[in-house]
Design a protein around this ligand. Structure first.
Ligand code: AMP
Length: 482
């Protein structure tokens, strides 16, 4: 099937062929025709499926088909995203796909000066890509008028709700012109569907077309997954070993907390692996720099928290490492979606210590598959080590990107493996300002006894052995084209 058979204009067919896309992905095949028809859409598509082009291409076509009257240039499309990184990424896609069209766009997010954004909006833009907080600041300052909005996109809506943006979203929706049969078109994209998402969708969407390209909560099919059981205090050592012995050139590493990300990046650097951390406490400049260095290969390991990693699109990212398993199993699916993008092969490696057995079990339940376990020679876990609680105490959230969010958070104490995991252990999470990262909804509020047999069989034998775990036997990884 070709892009032109989906009803896309010559300019857009040309741009996708210039981008090297030979055929539409499943979400594009389904979404593009119905969006071109003007229908509302509810799409279950996770990152890496090509969903951004799936909504951006028809959106650009609809906007360019009808120029607004009177030579003015009102904002006609708004794309809301949960994170700055995703906003920047989507804006880049809008620029790329729209380069043969006379449309203008602006990206609006916090953490950077508002003045250049105001100047850009004054000059007139057709499309705004924004995070909710800064968008509301602009609306409050009357530097942005959405009264002539024609298309609204909520991208990664599940993550926006996770981050506590629901009230901001509702405030924004209340300010928009009416939707309905001949009014605004609404597109909602989400990787997962909670009751809250269903409620949001039912209030927002009119007779939507339903698109579901991936089994919900299913791990990306093209990603090979492996667990390396290891003691909590030896994770960092094992990670450095894996990076070195496999000659990984571009690896994205996940930690649960911002503090853990900083510490691990420092330790990897000391081990001779160039590394940078990316999380919500870093300035936008530092985040952008770290990502650019990683993309051009100057940084070998990018250590990220879940929220900071949303929206990262790095072509052909070969490896993702879960240095710590997420306590929210859906985050595992999001994490491994960073690799194996758009049909590329990818590898997701999880370093799992005895404290994380419950997390692993929840992930396997959610993804409905058992992840093969491979013990790396020399790193077999010590069976005498007892599990320790991952989350010790609960505290009210102090600060959150989603302003109204006041879920409790818990402090991460165990299983960091980067120097804080021994004996009567020091507190790991010392990160002051909290932006919804290292979050710990009450799924694992305290220590539970391990369920047994999940990490390693008696006798230290892995449940399954695959080639992934043997250092030095794999071909050199692809370098990013980015
Ligand atoms: P997304 O799921 O929107 O984050 O897109 C993931 C990646 O797939 C991006 O790097 C896109 O450039 C790429 N992509 C999107 N559509 C296609 C396509 N039809 N063929 C190949 N790659 C694509």
């Amino acid at each position: 099937m070709s892009f032109s058979s989906l009803g896309l204009s010559a300019e857009l067919v040309r741009v996708v062929s210039e981008e090297g896309y030979s055929e539409p992905t499943p979400v594009q095949r389904q979404a593009i025709p119905v969006i071109l028809e003007g229908r509302d859409v509810l799409a279950g598509a996770q990152t890496g499926t090509g969903k951004t082009a799936g909504f951006t291409l028809p959106l650009l076509q609809r906007l360019s088909a009808r120029a607004p009257a009177g030579g003015t240039r009102p904002v006609r499309a708004l794309i809301l995203t949960p994170t700055r990184e995703l906003a920047a990424q989507v804006a880049e896609s809008v620029d790329t796909y729209g380069r043969h069209l006379p449309l203008r766009s602006a990206v609006i997010f916090g953490g950077v000066s508002i003045n250049p954004q105001i100047a850009q909006l004054r000059r007139g833009v057709d499309i705004v890509i924004a995070t909710p907080g800064r968008l509301l600041d602009h609306i409050g300052q009357k530097t942005l008028d959405l009264s002539r909005l024609e298309i609204l996109v909520l991208d990664e809506a599940d993550r926006m709700l996770d981050m506590g943006f629901i009230r901001d979203i509702r405030r924004i929706l209340a300010l928009l012109p009416s939707s309905g049969p001949n009014g605004r078109q609404n597109l909602l994209f989400s990787a997962t569907f909670s009751e809250e998402i269903r409620q949001l969708a039912s209030g927002l969407l009119h007779d939507p077309a339903y698109i579901d390209v991936a089994r919900r909560n299913a791990a990306v099919e093209t990603v090979s997954q492996v667990v390396h059981p290891v003691d909590r205090a030896r994770k960092r050592e094992l990670l450095s070993f894996l990076i070195g012995s496999n000659d990984w050139r571009q690896v994205l590493v996940f930690t649960r907390t911002k503090h853990g990300a900083n510490k691990l990046a420092e330790q990897l650097t000391r081990d001779g692996v160039t590394a940078a951390a990316i999380h919500g406490n870093k300035s936008q400049g530092a985040r952008t720099r770290a990502l650019a260095d990683f993309k051009r290969g100057a940084v070998r390991a990018l250590v990220a928290t879940d929220i900071a990693a949303r929206g990262l699109d790095i072509d052909q990212l070969p490896q993702v490492v879960n240095f710590e398993l997420p306590n929210v199993p859906e985050d595992y699916v999001h994490r491994i979606g960073r690799t194996g993008r758009a049909g590329q092969e990818g590898e997701a490696i999880s370093l799992v210590c005895v404290d994380e057995r419950d997390f692993l079990r929840d992930i396997e339940r959610l993804t409905r598959r058992e992840i093969p376990q491979v013990v790396i020679a020399g790193y077999a876990p010590d069976p005498s080590i007892r599990p320790e609680p991952v989350f010790k105490q609960r505290q009210p959230r102090q600060h959150n990107q989603g302003r109204q969010h006041n879920q409790p958070r818990q402090q991460n104490r165990a299983c960091s493996g980067n120097g804080a995991g021994q004996g009567p252990r020091a507190q790991v999470d010392g990160n002051g300002g909290h932006q919804g990262e290292g979050k710990a909804p009450a799924r694992h509020g305290g220590h539970r006894k391990p369920q047994g047999g999940n990490v390693q069989r008696p006798g230290g034998e892995p449940r399954n052995r695959t080639h992934q775990g043997r250092p030095g036997q794999r071909p050199a990884p692809r370098r990013s084209g980015a």
